[in-house]
Design a protein around this ligand. Sequence first.
Ligand code: FES
Length: 153
Amino acid sequence: MSAQHRHVVVAKAAEIPPGGSKIVEVEGRSIGVFNLDGEYFAVRNACPHAGGPLCAGVRSGFVRSEGPGHYEYLRRGEFLRCPWHQWEFDIRTGQSWFDPQKTRVRRYDARLVAGAELLAEEERLAAAGLQKGPYSAETYPVRATEEYVIIEL
Ligand code: FES
C-alpha cells in the first residue's frame, strides 16, 4: 500500500457486486464507486459542467454498426450520463465524451483489499509510532476474513 496516499474503506466487497455502484461521503466529498466486471473505479459525484449529481445518472455503453441489421453494444454500463444536461463521462478514466480535450471528472484509484492486509497495515503503522487518522468513510469494523473496497485520496 502506498505511503503517499491515504486509503479509505468505503464498502464491503459484497455491497458493490459486478455492475453495481455505491455513492459514499468522504470528508465532505460525494464519490461514486463502481464495479465494472470485477474492477473498481471511483469518480467525484459532482459534474464538472455545473455540479450536477453525476453518479446518480443513467449508465450506458456504445453501439457500433457495420451496416443495416448489424449492431454491437460495447462497454455496457461503463459511461455515466449526468442527469442535469446529459454530458457523458467514461467511468474508467473520468474523461468526457462531450469535450474530451478539456473536461474530465475527478477520479480516484479504487480496489479490493483483504481485511487481513488492512489489519496488518494498521499494526505496522502502530509499531512505527503512527496514530490512526480518519481512515474510514463509514464505520467498518474490519475482519481478516472479508474483503473491502478502498479508495485512495
Ligand atoms: S451539470 Fe452535468 S451536464 Fe450539466
